[in-house]
Design a protein around this ligand. Structure first.
Ligand SMILES: [Zn+2]
Length: 137
């Protein structure tokens, strides 16, 4: 007998939360594992006891690269940084940072926060940088 995950746990509800600029949602398993990646089972222990948690959206850069050849939906935003963010609550999430022309503009461990936007994907911005102009070159 399968145990149903807590609500809202559909991938549609998960995407709608950040697309609406409401919040980033994550999932905490009974074993304590936290992830921002949508799923139906805990990737660490395989249990289905995932509970939805509201993430702060704050974290640090764990990895990044500058994307200069984008897919259609990002045509007007290239170049931008494709980033992996280590979230404050634990777990990682992929996203992007607009206006990043070179990898020298970012550094591993730099503080970032989720930026609610009408644009696709999960967008982040550097904390303490007022304008994306500062990221150029
Ligand atoms: Zn687990």
């Amino acid at each position: 007998m399968a145990e149903e995950p807590s609500e809202p746990h559909s991938i549609g509800a998960y995407r709608k939360a950040y697309e609406d600029g409401d919040s980033l949602l994550g999932f905490r398993s009974g074993c304590g594992f936290v992830t921002a990646t949508w799923g139906l089972v805990c990737p660490r222990c395989g249990q289905r006891d995932l509970h939805v948690v509201r993430l702060s959206g704050r974290g640090t850069l764990a990895a990044f690269t500058v994307q200069t050849v984008p897919s259609d939906e990002f045509l007007n935003d290239a170049p931008y940084a494709y980033v992996v963010v280590e979230l404050e609550e634990g777990g990682r999430i992929t996203g992007w940072i607009e206006g990043t022309a070179s990898e020298g503009a970012l550094s591993i461990g730099a503080a970032v926060r989720w930026k609610p936007t009408y644009k696709p994907g999960v967008q982040f911005q550097l904390v303490g940088v007022a304008s994306s102009d500062a990221l150029g070159g």
